[in-house]
Design a protein. Sequence first.
Length: 329
Amino acid sequence: MTLLADRTSDFTTLSKHIRAAGLLDRRPGYYALRFALVGALYVGGWATLVLGNPLLAAVLLAVAFAQVALVAHDLAHKQVFRKQRISETLGMLVGNLGIGMSYGWWMNKHTRHHANPNHEEHDPDVAPDILVWSTRQAHEAKGVARLIGGWQAVLFFPLLLLEGFNLHVASARAIGRIKRSKLEGFLLYGHFAIYLVAVFALLSPGMAVAFIAIHQGLFGLYLGMTFAPNHKGMPTLTGEDELDFLRKQVLTSRNVRGGFWVDVLLGGLNYQIEHHLFPNMPTPNLRKAQPIVERHCAEIGVAYLSASFVDSYAQALRHLHQAGAPLRG
């Protein structure tokens, strides 16, 4: 009991330092600027399509869609607004209507991930549906995971090209099983209708199909790459593991080192450890929290892992290759 109390107090102590530094305070100016820039990129991408440059438009809109998804992520965590209603309303507008991703479906899935990161029984992000994340899962793999698991490290990035389509399909399938299904369905299918009508009205059928493939493929690749370095290759947990909140979040997460552009490209998710410890901390404050968290982890003897942008992916791919070993040969 004493050990458990001591470990619980580890996070309490850290939380006091973070609050004293004002790092949980809202940042309205930052988010006003970010919303404006992402909105401009989104509109600019569609304008580029109207002006007759579908390839450039596909690239711009892939980046815009991923950045909108990252904005929806911050809304879901109440980093932007304290009140849930306005966060949900804007989340559905930018998620469902803006990029065709169900806010309610994603919120449910992501909440379970935060509660039990990298837990093989409870985290939907490490469910062995397509890929296996441990040798234990490899031994029990079925279907597609069993078929491709041995070579999943090689196939990882090609598979991300399908992630955009997967998000749309999963969102559509969730309608009827989430709160506010009628509203979410109206906005989601409204996006699909507007998107398809606009693309096929502006381009020939063959070019429209090519545009959709390039746009959605790059969107999935980019969005997948923002999440891949954060937990992939880190320890996975099972029912036998009992960790307090701080250790559960820190030991399963990896930070990605980098400067301003890494922060922008990954939407602040490169500070994954700080984000998991304080999910409602505004994105620009994560960089300031990082040295405080790392120093505290060093003081209490908890391993704190960070890697360069390239090495973070290398670690994730090596882990995938090792996890799939039982399925080779």
